[in-house]
Design a protein around this ligand. Structure first.
Ligand SMILES: *Cc1c(COP(=O)(O)O)cnc(C)c1O
Length: 377
């Protein structure tokens, strides 16, 4: 089945008791047992819930994976992955990564004895430098947030020499990129973003093919209990039905906005993997179906106040954290999503004070460009 067909059909079957075409919201904590241990596969909703199950199957299908697990947030999904590691284990992670992941790794993971190395994965030799017997996980983000750097997933898998590779695929969405097909062992999503797509749900997901690791993750999902509720699972099932349509529009709008900004005299650099002179454009072309609607740019005036002033002038681009919704959003990484990363560490990966990140929505692009134009003026 091709992507659009899977988005509409995968995981979702008409409800056998009523014929309802949409999976109902099974708002229930428990399930009746006819006799002790005699049930229909559902015992308690932390362990299994039919609405969540339909969603988990849908997301797994979109990532061409066998096992899918959904959580109360993207961070809960990542935390569950960390909990399958042991004290003394080491992780090599992309250095240009989501601020919340950096915080979870350094402030929580390290407390439990896991050691993290943050490296620039555009050069996979940086992985080899840190790889040793204790390395148990390689954590990749591509495209990276907010610099839109591209990491060559196939090259990372090769450099990992058998160590598990996990990819935070939030920025790309399953429509643009399928890391399992490129050799990765696990895909993580902040479902909050493109998969949900309507800025109304916070959720996370993991997809994988490795049955032993999947079993450990299901065990942790049930033991620690960071699950998502059935109402949210329903909303995301609904969002997924238009994922392919939204991603096409996000990509078209992102392209037009990137080209507009690039020619504007007040703009310094535009970071968007679709540009032919983007450092890893060829890899982006090879591992992604299109380049998406995420982009960042710096102003020639590199003062924090200049960026703040511009952000306040936007009318359509809404100043907010998050991304991937149908409405266009703008943000200031240095003072918002990446404020928890020390300035020195932040600037090493290019997050300057006047860097602005855009999540182009699916509005008419003429209106988006007019908004940028008036604000930059
Ligand atoms: C938002 C985000 C997360 C965290 O997900 P939540 O759903 O907010 O917990 C992780 N990684 C990336 C790339 C994100 O954008």
């Amino acid at each position: 089945m091709k992507f659009g067909t899977k988005a509409i059909h995968a995981g979702v079957e008409p409800d056998p008791s009523t014929g309802a075409i949409m999976t109902p919201i099974f708002q229930t904590s428990t399930y009746i047992q006819d006799g002790v241990g005699n049930h229909k596969g559902f015992e308690y909703s932390r362990t299994q819930n039919p609405t969540r199950k339909a969603l988990e199957e849908s997301i797994a299908a979109l990532e061409n994976g066998q096992f899918g697990l959904c959580f109360g947030s993207g961070m809960a999904a990542i935390d569950t992955v960390l909990k399958t590691l042991d004290p003394g284990d080491e992780v090599i992670s992309t250095n240009d990564l989501y601020g919340g992941s950096y915080r979870l790794f350094t402030k929580v993971g390290e407390k439990f004895g896991i050691k993290f190395h943050f490296v620039d994965m555009r050069d996979v030799n940086n992985i080899s430098t840190h790889l040793n017997d204790r390395t148990k996980l390689i954590w990749v983000e591509t495209p990276t947030n907010p610099m839109l750097s591209i990491v060559d997933i196939r090259a990372v898998v090769k450099a990992a020499k058998g160590v598990r590779v996990a990819v935070d695929n939030t920025f790309a969405s399953p429509y643009l990129q399928n890391p399992l097909d490129l050799g990765a062992d696990l895909v993580m999503h902040s479902v909050t973003k493109f998969i949900g797509g309507h800025s109304d749900v916070v959720m996370g997901a993991l997809v994988l093919n490795d049955s032993a690791w999947a079993e450990a993750l299901y065990f942790m999902q049930n033991s620690a209990g960071a699950i998502c509720g059935p109402q949210d699972a329903f909303l995301v099932l609904r969002g997924i039905k238009t994922l392919h349509l939204r991603m096409r529009q996000h990509s078209m709008n992102g392209k037009a906005v990137a080209h507009f900004l690039r020619t504007h005299p007040a703009v310094d650099t535009v970071y968007w993997p679709g540009f032919e002179d983007h450092h890893n454009h060829e890899i982006a072309k090879a591992q992604m179906r299109d380049f998406g609607g995420m982009l960042s740019f710096t102003l020639k005036d590199n003062r924090m106040e200049a960026a703040h002033a511009l952000l306040e002038k936007f009318r359509l681009f809404t100043l907010a954290e998050s991304l991937g919704g149908v409405e266009s959003l703008c943000s200031h990484p240095a003072s918002m999503t990446h404020a928890s990363i020390p300035k020195e560490e932040r600037e090493k990966s290019g997050v300057k004070d006047a860097l602005i990140r855009l999540s182009t929505g699916v509005e008419d692009v003429e209106d988006l460009i007019a908004d940028l134009q008036q604000a930059l003026r």
